[in-house]
Design a protein around this ligand. Structure first.
Ligand code: GDP
Ligand code: MG
Length: 222
């Protein structure tokens, strides 16, 4: 079973803990305590007959935990960058979270931009188009969600995992085609080596008396 580390980051109060709680426990809790530094939950899912063991890291957005959280970002395969559609500042800070996660993960990582609290449509200040556009520019997946709605949350995790599996498949293909190229190169090299040896034989053949042609050329009748 493959382990996938997923980190959920963003400003404080955007709904990170509620999103994870909805995904793991299928409920929405108004009264939970703020996250201290970080927390970890697990969930097993199956996508296209592949079993995945999700390890979901909840982090605190507060300044005082930022240094600690950076360390926990390492090794993530998927990052959810969460903002609150009713809070402009939380959207503006997405760049900070994006850059920080990138800094801590040099390999490929799936980024998902998540505009949460879309049940509060009357208080919306960040349009869906604005979120979408930003995600496209930064090559991220884009979702809007409400932590009160399980389906909208499940869609994020499923979509992200699907994208991750696609990436893994693509990388495998690349590796295989590299191996194939390598194999062809070796074959080509072997052929060239053979040609050189055959070529040497031919040179030898021109030698007077070396072989039949040589003998005939030299007029030898023995
Ligand atoms: P975190 O600091 O990012 O982990 O945010 P929390 O998960 O602690 O949520 C902060 C506040 O926003 C809490 O009062 C939640 O009840 C509320 N909240 C979280 N998600 C939603 C949502 O999708 N819709 C609404 N209306 N409230 C939400
Ligand atoms: Mg929290």
């Amino acid at each position: 079973m493959e382990n996938i580390k997923i980190i959920v980051v963003g400003e404080t109060e955007v709904g990170k803990t509620c999103i994870i709680n909805q995904y793991i426990n299928q409920n929405f809790d108004f009264n939970h305590l703020p996250t201290i530094a970080m927390d970890k939950s697990k969930k097993e899912i199956e996508i296209e007959k592949t079993n995945l063991n999700l390890e979901i890291w909840d982090t605190a957005g507060q300044e005082q935990y930022r240094a600690t959280n950076k360390i926990f970002m390492k090794g993530a395969k998927i990052a959810l960058l969460v903002y609150d559609i009713t809070n402009e500042e939380s959207f503006e800070q997405i760049n900070y979270w994006h850059e920080t996660v990138k800094d801590m993960n040099k390999e490929n990582i799936i980024f998902c931009l998540v505009g949460n609290k879309n049940d509060l449509y009357e208080k919306r200040v960040i349009s869906e188009e604005k979120g979408k556009k930003f995600a496209q520019e930064k090559k991220m997946l884009f979702f809007e969600s409400s932590a009160m709605d399980y389906e909208s949350i499940e869609t994020i995790f499923k979509g992200a995992c699907q994208e991750y599996l696609n990436l893994v498949k693509e990388e495998e293909k690349k590796m295989n085609s590299m191996k194939e190229e390598e194999r062809k190169k070796i074959e080509e090299e072997r052929k060239t080596e053979k040609n050189i040896i055959v070529g040497e034989d031919e040179v030898g053949g021109n030698d007077v008396g070396g072989n039949k042609v040589g003998r005939e050329k030299s007029g030898c009748v023995c």
